[in-house]
Design a protein around this ligand. Structure first.
Ligand SMILES: Nc1ncnc2c1ncn2[C@@H]1O[C@H](COP(=O)(O)OP(=O)(O)OP(=O)(O)O)[C@@H](O)[C@H]1O
Ligand SMILES: O=C(CO)[C@H](O)[C@H](O)COP(=O)(O)O
Length: 385
């Protein structure tokens, strides 16, 4: 596990109080009892998980951020899906595929099928990491479709598992302290995937279309049902500000937040529990066509009580986001304007000018808050012993 000296340099994203508590806890308990907070992020392929992970890692701070071992190209580096920073390790669940690409041709199943995952190993290794033990995790190589030599994963204070099936296996689910589902509507998923797979991966429009169609039944059967298990769902939909919009560039994003989740107080706009629609365009916020609309209110989602924070439209000037931030509460910030600042820092990242970047940054701040609440409770319990 990380020693306290490592943690000191890693604690830039944490409050001084949390860092001091952490160090006190380490001195009292020793490495074996250092808490490991585990977060699960579920989404289909091409739904912006990597983009979201970059936002998240940025909020947690730290001096070293990048692929484990430096990744392929670094001296001694290898092709890896694992992203590490001082405080966080992001594990891609594709690494637990049962078969390589050739093997799936023989089995005749897509990578989305639950029978194509090694859930026993996933549960065993995540439990070990949570106990503070290192594991040798397999690697699925997306470049050539092979299962590569396993890599060593050392536990960090925060482990994030992201991928297709983080909430399917009950043993894995039990280990998660907080769960997030990225729910990108078919139209938007298609637009993002086309853009990436055609421009960056050299696929044709027809082949991207065919791969999306082929995966759809398994997506509906094995991935989408996990929405019901998530503590928060980030939905990305076409705008409602332009009737029958065909372009798919303006997005409507909804943060569906489950009520009554441990260590999590849903964010709200103006007045907790009320139903509100807000068009902030005017003197304090510049908006060009088709404008910006926020909404907030209680709802039910898969029979659960939730509150939903919604944004439709795009920001013209990111500096002005502070005006919106000042009307939100329970957003996990440590100082006035921190949400705006974190978005400005990644202003070139996809979605920074719309609700995807805005709500993903908000989730990242809430995760930091959850992490601090969990570790402070563990610290208090330890000090009370
Ligand atoms: N919020 C966003 N707004 C616009 N485009 C986005 C957004 N998030 C991601 N994209 C685009 O969608 C594509 C897929 O994003 P990303 O690589 O982050 O997804 P992924 O879920 O990690 O994909 P995979 O699992 O296939 O590796 C990229 O081209 C990215 O630029
Ligand atoms: O769903 C995916 C990523 O989450 C991939 O499609 C899956 O890992 C299979 O990889 P490939 O498409 O390279 O054969």
């Amino acid at each position: 596990m990380l020693r306290s000296s490592t943690f000191t340099s890693a604690s830039s994203g944490l409050s001084t109080k949390a860092a001091v508590r952490w160090q006190a806890l380490q001195m009292k308990l020793g490495d074996a009892d250092e808490p490991v907070v585990v977060i699960g992020v579920a989404a289909d392929s091409g739904c912006g998980k990597s983009t979201f992970m970059r936002r998240l890692t940025n909020i947690f701070g730290g001096s070293t951020v990048g692929p484990l071992g430096g990744g392929f190209g670094a001296p001694g580096g290898w092709e890896t899906n694992t992203l590490v920073s001082d405080l966080t390790t992001v594990i891609c669940l594709d690494d637990y595929h049962l078969n390589d690409r050739g093997g799936r041709k023989v089995s005749g199943r897509t990578a989305l099928h639950t029978a194509e995952q090694r859930f026993d190993l996933m549960a065993e290794q995540l439990a070990a990491l949570k106990r503070g033990e290192s594991v040798k995790k397999p690697i699925y190589n997306h470049v050539n479709g092979t299962l590569d030599e396993p890599e060593e994963i050392k536990p960090t204070p925060i482990i994030i598992i992201e991928g297709l099936h983080p909430f399917v296996d009950e043993r894995v689910r039990e280990l998660l302290d907080f769960t997030i589902y990225l729910d990108i509507s078919d139209e938007i998923k298609f637009a993002w995937k086309i853009q990436r797979d055609m421009l960056e991966r050299g696929h044709s429009l027809e082949s991207v279309q065919a791969s999306i169609e082929a995966r759809k039944p398994d997506f509906d059967a094995y991935i989408a049902p996990q929405r019901a298990q998530a503590d928060v769902v980030l939905q990305v939909l076409p705008t409602q500000l332009v009737p029958d919009d065909k372009e798919g560039k303006i997005l409507r994003t909804r943060l569906i937040q489950k009520e009554g989740v441990a260590n999590f107080d849903p964010a709200y706009l103006f007045d907790e529990g009320s139903s509100i629609t807000w068009i902030p365009c005017g003197r304090k916020l510049t908006c060009s066509f088709p404008g910006i609309k926020f909404a907030y209110g209680p709802d039910t989602y898969f029979d659960n009580e939730v509150s939903v924070l919604e944004m439709d439209g795009e920001f013209d000037n990111l500096q002005e986001l502070i005006y919106v931030e000042s009307h939100l509460s329970n957003i996990g910030t440590k100082f006035y304007g921190e949400l705006t600042q974190s978005i400005l820092k990644l202003s070139d990242s996809p979605g920074s000018n719309n609700g995807t970047g805005f709500l993903q940054s908000l989730i990242a701040l809430k995760l930091r808050e959850i992490y601090e609440r969990i570790t402070s409770k563990t610290g208090e319990a330890a000090v009370a012993k």
